[in-house]
Design a protein around this ligand. Structure first.
Ligand code: PMP
Ligand code: GLN
Length: 379
């Protein structure tokens, strides 16, 4: 059969979750919380269903939810976005990323992707007949090397995809990174696709450096976020895209024929919960910082070397003191021999750097973290 995506197999997240289930391993691989979304939010979904919100939503998402998102963006990033023309509700961040790429990238274009990169970007680019140009983050701290990015830009460059906080490394943008990105794209045809799904999980005092804080960048960016990450409900698959009107118009052309609209009851629930409980996202950094610090304390006696985690809910660990093998082999060994699942970094790269690093998710209950740490400390 003719394949459009010859390099693509099953994603590492599905592979590792399935292996973990087969071996009864504790799953710190695929990134999802093992605790529940807020009760008031779950009740609000049930109420929306009882209240007959069970048919198609407007394609761009319900007005009250888009308004709440605009309020949040104004409050956190000092940016005025028009909920009528600049915000679109999507089926998770994954759909928003795909719609943005399909709407804005054409055959023959180049798209700069910064490695390690989330795995859904590249296939979406290739399906357009465009070429991903992959540039690695600097080692060992996973900062963007802007000189290398500048060297990768050509007249064919149509888009650059950035992801802060970064999955899997947890590195975050500084204000200086935003300035570099603005200078790089100034006066060009380059659109920025900014994957900010972990926007509310940033630990440093400066907070999240959204491209929406930077008026010049906001004018040529599509910003993508996910309710799944912020509200502990990855299975609801709700996200959104924010972009200036002209870009949103193109985005919506694809969105309306890809999914048309997304799960209506959850949209009503989020509109209500965001209005009633903005503390939820305001308190999320402290919530996850406590988990991060607890997980690091539990792993301290182990032979794993822990890397810094400036953002996101993943801990990178260097396992070279335990076994000298590549990360895919090590993660399989860890599931079968130690009963813990993580995610290797190799699948996030075009060219694997050969580091001995594994990604462990700490969006987990105390009991799960303790049980996993007990196993990891024996190695
Ligand atoms: N981008 C990144 C960086 C992610 O980590 C994820 C979720 N794992 C997504 C996008 C997709 O988010 P969603 O589940 O809302 O589709
Ligand atoms: N974003 C999640 C992660 O990085 C996985 C999402 C998925 O399974 N596609 O673990």
């Amino acid at each position: 059969i003719q394949t459009k995506l010859p390099k693509v197999g099953t994603t590492i997240f599905s592979v590792m979750s399935q292996l973990a289930a087969e071996h009864g391993a504790i799953n710190l691989g695929q990134g999802f919380p093992d605790f529940e979304p807020p009760e008031a939010l779950r009740e609000a979904v049930s109420r929306a269903m009882a209240d007959h919100k069970n048919q198609y939503a407007p394609g761009i998402g319900i007005g009250p939810l888009r308004e709440q998102i605009a309020l949040k963006i104004a409050r956190l990033y000092g940016c005025e976005v028009d909920p009528a023309t600049e915000i679109t509700i999507t089926s998770g961040a994954t759909e928003a990323l795909f719609s943005a790429i399909a709407a804005l990238v054409s055959a023959g274009d180049e798209v700069i992707v910064i490695d390690p990169a989330y795995d859904s970007y590249e296939p979406a680019i290739e399906l357009q007949g465009a070429r991903p140009v992959r540039v690695p983050l600097a080692q060992p701290d996973f900062r963007v090397d802007w000189q290398r990015i500048r060297e990768a830009v050509t007249p064919k460059t149509r888009m650059i995809i950035v992801n802060s906080p970064n999955n899997p490394s947890g590195s975050v943008f500084s204000r200086a990174d935003l300035d570099e990105l603005a200078a790089l794209t100034r006066g060009t045809r380059i659109v920025v696709l900014s994957d900010e799904v972990y926007e509310h999980i940033v630990y440093g005092p400066e907070g999240h450096q959204s491209v929406l804080r930077h008026p010049e960048l906001a004018g040529r960016s599509v910003v993508v976020s996910s309710f799944g990450k912020t509200y502990h409900c990855t299975g609801w698959k709700l996200g959104y895209a924010v972009a200036p009107t002209a870009l949103s118009q193109e985005f919506r052309k694809v969105h309306q024929y890809l999914t048309f609209c997304t799960f209506n009851p959850a949209q009503w629930a989020f509109a209500e919960f965001m209005a009633d409980c903005p503390e939820h996202y305001l308190e999320l950094p402290a919530f996850y910082q406590a988990k991060r610090d607890r997980f690091q304390a539990l792993l301290k006696p182990s032979r794993l070397r822990l890397l810094d985690v400036p953002g996101g809910y993943f801990q990178l660990v260097d396992y070279s003191a335990i076994r000298d093998e590549d990360d895919v082999d090590f993660s399989r060994w860890l599931i079968t021999e130690a009963g813990v699942a993580g995610i290797p970094l190799t699948p996030f790269y075009a060219e694997a750097p050969g580091t001995r690093l594994l990604r462990l998710c700490f969006a987990k209950s105390e009991a799960t973290m303790e049980a996993a740490a007990e196993r990891l400390c024996k190695l």
